[in-house]
Design a protein around this ligand. Structure first.
Ligand code: AMP
Length: 198
């Protein structure tokens, strides 16, 4: 690891589905283990199911620190993880996404559905505008994210985005590589708005 400031808190975007392959759950276990080993606080959507629930369960059963951020309407349908004591209920999905990024040292996207993809693309967009400058790590387990990565690269090839924008995210092939990737990520500048337009 290098001399960058230590990572204390990481926001993870991930799936709510319960029907996914076991390999995704095992990879979430590896992410929890690396957070626990490095005393890192997990910030997540506060859900009890799918990859979200698995990650929170693994953290909590070993005494890890977990912050859940959930819109009130999800609490009303009892989606909140019962074991997360530091859970914050917010007005809506927009406020939740904003809160995910406040104070986080990095962002990690595990595989997920439209919710995860939307959160990831919003974070990349904010980074392009210089409104979010922390590392964004995409966990491309078994090539899950290949189509999205190809799409983003095509945006650059066809000059919808600039070459510099390729530095906004880093791709790893499993969660074991996440922390190293965060420490090695290129610095990003709050002045990115100056080169946001192509
Ligand atoms: P997805 O990647 O499409 O599964 O979406 C993840 C996002 O949807 C997260 O922001 C979740 O909070 C939300 N979500 C969808 N279904 C649930 C659920 N059953 N419990 C908790 N959160 C859910």
């Amino acid at each position: 690891m290098n001399s960058k400031k230590p990572i204390r808190q990481i926001c993870v975007y991930c799936a709510s589905s319960k029907k996914i392959d076991e390999k995704y759950l095992l990879d979430a276990d590896a992410l929890a283990a690396s957070f626990l080993d490095n005393d890192i606080t997990l910030v997540f959507g506060g859900g009890s199911v799918g990859l979200m629930g698995r990650l929170a369960d693994r953290m909590l059963e070993s005494g890890g620190r977990v912050i859940g951020i959930m819109p009130q309407f999800m609490k009303d349908v009892e989606w909140a993880h019962k074991g997360v004591n530091d859970i914050e209920f917010v007005k809506d999905m927009h406020e939740r996404k904003k809160r995910f990024l406040d104070g986080t040292d990095a962002l990690v996207a595990l595989p997920g559905g439209c919710g995860t993809l939307e959160e990831l693309l919003e974070a990349i967009t904010l980074k392009r505008l210089g409104l979010f400058v922390k590392p964004i790590i995409i966990v491309n387990l078994d090539g899950f994210y290949n189509p999205l990565i190809q799409m983003l690269e095509r945006c650059v090839e066809e000059r919808f985005m600039a070459q510099e924008h390729l530095k906004m995210w880093n791709v790893v092939s499993s969660s074991k590589e996440v922390l190293t990737a965060i420490y090695q990520a290129s610095d990003w500048d709050e002045g990115a708005i100056k080169f946001a337009a192509v």
